[in-house]
Ligand binder design. Structure first.
Ligand SMILES: *Cc1c(COP(=O)(O)O)cnc(C)c1O
Length: 438
């Protein structure tokens, strides 16, 4: 990777003084790096002895390298973070991008920009991860759940239209499993009423809607780089994008309001609030490290191949399931919607089967196809009741989500799976379904 000239960091860049102020207090040593190698590339299978031998050779080379190596540069908010952001902007064709601790922090910045406060309303889809609405819950804004589309289980724009009120400040569509939400009607509603749209694109880095990269359609889009997502930045991470002029302030919103591109002339520095649509707000601290940025950059290079491999698995499953009456398979790519295939969402039509989807999940698990934590409608979580929500009324207002959760839908993993695993999974699903046929 070609490195640009050093990004100045106003906090530590004290130049070539006799005793410069150093960005990194304590460096990592060769032995430390060896532990990291061992962690990232652990022994596999029965080859333990060969692994240790190979590692010893690496260790020797590393010791030599250590004799020749200087100190690592900055560990946070440096060149690699900037490179990661440049790469993300190019990939997403968007003017502003910011690498963060996680996607949840990205939503927070979007909500703060909108000026969200107690008494305001936010419309989120009934089916998502709790992260989507944590900031509104934290500040006491009212979360209104929109029902979902019966096939994609994404936010249903018609129900959003029904649930908008003059208090609605933010709409947060979620591209579930990476399949794009029908954004056009949502953007139209938002425009008419001057509502901020934050896309929860946690699953959707690389998805395309009507020729536009998902995440760049709303005012903000936040992607997750957590280890369970399609690509990750060494465990945790997030990416926030926007096409608002506010994008110039993203770096400040990420790190306590300070502008990292500007060197401060003296030790005396000032901290400013940020100005959003709803007035001034206080920034947070959501900085990403150089190592996270490097992890993200390396995987971003492979993202097209990663999605293609997942797509191939999804196409195989859909082909198999299309031949079984009563299975409603994952939608595949269409002209206007290209998914990242983060998950394989599918449904059983209860008309065809005895027992419901919960029974099916038990049977599938008994065959060794492990079920991962499942997306439940948000009103099922205790936190909603504990914070005073009338969860029974919420459930009643989202009949499609409730029916899908109770009787119809589940999801399968797509990658990293071998061809044998995908085939086994398809057969296990079909056998379970057949055993439940009326
Ligand atoms: C994973 C996930 C998030 C949160 O992402 P983090 O990067 O962990 O904050 C948000 N929304 C959905 C739908 C997710 O699955």
């Amino acid at each position: 990777m070609k490195r640009k000239s050093r990004v100045s960091d106003f906090r530590y860049d004290t130049g070539a003084a006799k005793v410069p102020w150093c960005a990194v207090g304590e460096s990592f040593e060769v032995e430390d790096v060896m532990e990291i190698v061992r962690f990232l590339l652990p022994p596999a299978g029965e080859q333990r002895q060969k692994y240790e031998e190979a590692l010893r050779k690496v260790h020797l080379s590393m010791k030599q390298l250590g004799k020749l190596a200087g100190r690592a540069g900055k560990l946070t908010l440096g060149n690699r973070v900037q490179e990661a952001e440049e790469a993300a902007k190019k990939f997403l064709k968007t003017p502003y991008a910011c690498l963060l601790t996680n996607a949840t922090a990205g939503f927070e910045i979007g909500y703060k920009y909108a000026g969200l406060k107690a008494g305001d309303e936010v419309i989120a889809p009934a089916i998502t991860f709790i992260s989507t609405i944590l900031y509104p819950l934290e500040v006491g804004a009212r979360v209104v759940l929109a029902d979902v589309d019966p096939v994609t289980l994404n936010m249903d724009p018609a129900d959003v239209a029904r649930k908008i009120t003059p208090k609605t400040k933010v709409i947060i569509p979620v591209h579930l499993g990476g399949y794009p939400v029908d954004m056009a009607p949502i953007m139209k509603l938002a425009k008419q009423r001057d509502i901020v749209v934050i896309e929860d694109a946690a699953h959707a880095l690389g998805a395309v809607y009507r020729g536009k990269m998902v995440g760049t359609i709303g005012h903000f889009g936040a992607f997750s780089l957590h280890e369970v997502k399609n690509i990750n930045s060494l465990g945790e991470g997030g990416l926030l994008v926007t096409n608002l002029p506010f994008g110039k302030k993203l770096a400040q919103a990420r790190f306590v309001g300070l502008d990292p591109s500007r060197k401060i002339p003296t030790w005396l520095y000032d901290v400013l609030a940020l100005k959003g649509k709803g007035g001034y707000f206080a920034p947070g601290n959501h900085s990403a490290t150089e190592i996270q940025a490097l992890g993200f950059l390396l995987q971003l290079k492979r993202i097209k191949a990663i999605i293609a491999r997942r797509r191939k698995n999804a196409e195989y499953l859909t082909r198999r399931f299309s031949q079984v009456s009563g299975i409603i398979p994952q939608k595949l790519d269409e002209k206007n919607s290209q998914s990242t295939y983060h998950l394989y969402l599918f449904q059983l039509d209860p008309k065809f089967f005895k027992g419901n989807i919960q029974e099916f999940k038990k049977r599938l698990e008994a065959k060794g196809v492990v079920q991962i934590p499942h997306f439940a409608p948000l009103y099922k979580f205790s936190i909603m009741r504990q914070l005073g929500y009338d969860t029974a009324a919420m459930e009643k207002s989202c009949p499609v989500a409730e029916e899908a959760f109770r009787n119809r839908f589940t999801h399968l993993p797509l990658y990293p799976l071998t061809e044998d695993q995908v085939k086994y999974m398809a057969e296990a699903v079909i056998e379970c379904v057949e055993s439940m046929r009326r």
